[in-house]
Write a protein that binds this ligand. Sequence first.
Ligand code: TYM
Length: 332
Amino acid sequence: MTRVFSGVKPTGHLTLGNYLGAMRRWAAVDQHRAESLFCIVDLHALTVRHDPARVRRLSRQAASLLLAAGLDPELCTVFVQSHVDEHARLSYLLECVATDGEMRRMIQYKEKAARERDRAGSVRLSLLTYPVLMAADILAYGTDEVPVGDDQAQHVELARDVAVRFNQRYGHTFAVPRATVRAVAARVMNLQDPASKMGKSDDVGPGIVYLLDEPDVARKKVMRAVTDSGRDVVYDRVERPGVANLLEILAACTGGDPAELSGGYQSYGALKKDAAEAVVEVLRPVRERHMELCADPGHVEAVLRDGAARARAMARPTVDAAYRAIGLLPPV
Ligand code: TYM
């Protein structure tokens, strides 16, 4: 059976971008057709300046939102990365396979390093090695497919390269994964700045719709989205990024096609209105279910406990095999 792995990082409140680009498909498609694992990658949240209490809070909230978005623990495994030692164990071995040049070429490293440098011009070393830990997440489970938004495709490509290199040097150990990126909403853009991604770690802003925004707040954010200087509604990501973003959001929420949808609008106002309502309707059940889950924290905890036990059992044999293959003496 196909094995699917993906994750979210608890560095901020989850956004419409996370939902449309990734989570919704995990719930609607992946968990039904593949043996799937979905992980709250809290170790990755430590790669940038962080507040420990906030990371803990956001990790719990992310778990609850994954369930609220429709992940069903009967169908898939939901767990927290730091609860399964195999991720960190394997990450070190992969650091002995990946190179510093590969790390420095990563677009996200360059972007994040530019923001994170301290007075001495340094960043946390873990920010540089971030993609290796991500490769460990993926490879530990013999993952075939990694459903992600477009921004993670380069990291998954690196995981592929590392898997192939390890297998060539030390014998076949890892399945070689591939990213599966949706055609629509692969990169939901910031509503106030359609040249940049709607990212949860960015400052709280009117251009980011959070999954837990009140309906009125979400509606206003979409209604106030920056559009382009033209008047007619056409789907053109390069020339009309603001309108294209709204069309993609509408298409992703309603299951339509952005280019086809554009034909139905004479004005930006009408498009914004429909997009705003579509967003509110898509988020409504998630917010409601999240509220129910908040009233039952024991349930979420039980899901995470069970998920970690299942994940551990799945990762152990592969990581142990990697330890043997690379030349480490088995424990006596
Ligand atoms: P993260 O937490 O930034 O995002 C979680 C998922 O949401 C997608 N996404 C988006 N999709 C469309 N438009 C957007 N504006 C948008 N913003 C985020 C991301 O592509 C991602 O699929 N490094 C990863 C977490 C990770 C991981 C892994 C993922 C760690 N290990 C192993 C897959 C497999 C990250 O920071 O995702």
